[in-house]
Design a protein around this ligand. Sequence first.
Ligand SMILES: Cc1ncc(COP(=O)(O)O)c(C=O)c1O
Length: 355
Amino acid sequence: MRIDLETLVQQNIKNLQAYRVEDLKDGIKLHANENPYPPPAELIEAFRARLAEFQLNRYPDPECRGLKDAIAQRTGRPAEQLVIGNGSDELIQILLQIFCGPGDAIVFPDPTFAMYSLIARGMGLEPVPVPLDERWDFKAEDLLAAAASHDARLVFLSYPNNPTGNCFSRSEIQTVVEQFPGIVVLDEAYHDFARQSFIDEMAEHNNLVVLRSLSKIGLAGLRVGYAIADPFTVGEINKIRLPYNSNTVSQAFAEQLLRDFSPVERQIGVILKERERLAEELSAHPKLTVFPSDSNFILFRVEGNGRSLFEALMAGGVLVRDLSAHPRLNHCLRVTVGTREENDQFLAQVRKALA
Ligand SMILES: Cc1ncc(COP(=O)(O)O)c(C=O)c1O
């Protein structure tokens, strides 16, 4: 049988395009906000020693007990407030599934992480972007007004915000958390670089969900994210989360990484120093406007043509993220902080291309 498969696809899916990132085979990858350093050698060694113990013929622990215990120790949050995701992306999707039905609105400052809108649209929800101001910040009043007028169920706040790099004003977020009568998701994927958090607010505000990720600090390939939420919300997530969403290897590796975090702390320290150096060097260039960053990446605007700089960098073997498809990010590129050598090569290519 041959069927016109397109006629079977839901309308909201038909209108979507697959999430696509450019790739470069043998170049320097500064496009995905990953940690440029591999996991510390001592971690790999400890892991190698444990590998034989894994019962890979058995399903993983559906409760992720060891990993949750390690997270509880690092965050001070008890295991009953934790859920592990196959990356924090998965938790974004699950939260939308729990709290929103077809046609419901979700609100977020814009520009922000593209997946909020993409996942929402895939589920037949209505994304309501609220434009950020020229300093990439927002007023709670505007966000709350947009949420009220669309009867929104959920607000996403990326803290710090991807792709602008900054943390929004704490007081504005605080007002949203206190006044929005729905779920506020504080996406702290870049927490380790900003070292600011809203988890302490959770005791008072049961509508707050904090998301964290291990993708930015060295384990992007293992897909580990987690949510910290009210035990009630955790219970709802557990109802629809696939029981084995987190695999044995990812759980064990993530647990080890978190139990001895000092080598990663050192990597983060180097990345933060490099971020300052990169920002300074880019700012010195008359054709570039650099936006302040609390993350492991930097957003900058190119006077003239951002796309041609992107392409010149690509031809020179350096991949960054071209964000110019977004109307507010005309001629803007985002570069992830790499190793010192990678950053040097990136800077050299930038100078060459703009000369
Ligand atoms: C703000 C934000 N949230 C979530 C994610 C997804 O992280 P994960 O790899 O844990 O799915 C990203 C990844 O780029 C991000 O930038």
